[in-house]
Design a protein around this ligand. Structure first.
Ligand SMILES: Nc1nc2c(c(=O)[nH]1)N[C@H]1C(S)=C(S)[C@@H](COP(=O)(O)O)O[C@H]1N2
Ligand SMILES: [Mo]
Length: 214
């Protein structure tokens, strides 16, 4: 896929595919491929709806805003000083490639939200360039989501979302917003960029939640 492809599905996945019967619980431990996915191997496709933004680290910050007791801003230096952890996970793109054992490093979203008081149920992640994606707040906590700035031991390359991207590997990879700059917390679920185009509001790859209605 080229850098400017707009449809994350890109016509490569049949719109109507029969659903597998394997829910997460019944899946044998060896089966790492969600239904309808293939193992892309050593490749790492780039999927971006638009050009790669170029944000200087001096003007980069990460903001937690919306329904919060007070807005949090982390400069790049403040972000880099937070406790960090390595993450090794499988990722699953809705265009049907999956990639096993990707290695990242970054800050758990739990860390960023640790002292935030909020009644919010939902989050909208927003990025340089205007991309957004919505998630239940619960899916960003509990050690399941990170803001990562390192891939395979090196600074995350711009085309893959550097300086920093969201990583939410248990959902389709469009939820892992590249060039992420913050979260807006809220009581109601505001749909993000692909979700407004008809992609599923939640996007569980094990339940093949590719499109609204799946
Ligand atoms: N800001 C932004 N984040 C984004 C996208 C995008 O177009 N813009 N594409 C999403 C989609 S559809 C996928 S599959 C992954 C692709 O990440 P990669 O290019 O590092 O493989 O980023 C997701 N995050
Ligand atoms: Mo995607």
């Amino acid at each position: 896929m080229g850098a400017n492809d707009i449809d994350p599905n890109n016509g490569t996945t049949p719109r109507f595919v029969s659903r597998g019967f394997t829910g997460r619980a019944r899946r044998p431990p060896s089966a790492r491929l969600p239904p309808g996915q293939y193992d892309v191997g050593t490749g790492f496709p780039v999927l971006s709806a638009g050009p790669t933004p170029n944000t200087h680290l001096s003007s980069w910050d990460f903001t937690v805003q919306g329904l919060v007791d007070r807005v949090r801003h982390y400069s790049w230096a403040e972000f880099r000083a937070l406790p960090r952890e390595p993450v090794q996970v499988d990722i699953h793109c809705v265009t049907s490639w999956s990639k096993f054992d990707t290695r990242w490093e970054g800050v758990s979203v739990d860390t960023l939200l640790a002292d935030v008081e909020s009644e919010a149920e939902y989050a909208l992640a927003f990025s340089d360039g205007g991309y957004t994606t919505n998630l239940p707040l619960a899916d960003l906590t509990g050690g399941r989501a990170w803001i990562v700035d390192t891939y395979d031991g090196a600074p995350l390359r711009p085309e893959h979302g550097g300086p920093a991207r969201l990583l939410v590997p248990h959902l389709y990879f469009w939820k892992s917003a590249k060039w992420v700059r913050g979260l807006v917390l809220g009581e109601v679920e505001e749909l993000g960029f692909w979700e407004r185009f008809g992609y599923h509001r939640y996007g569980d790859p094990w339940r093949q939640q590719r499109y609204a209605g799946d």
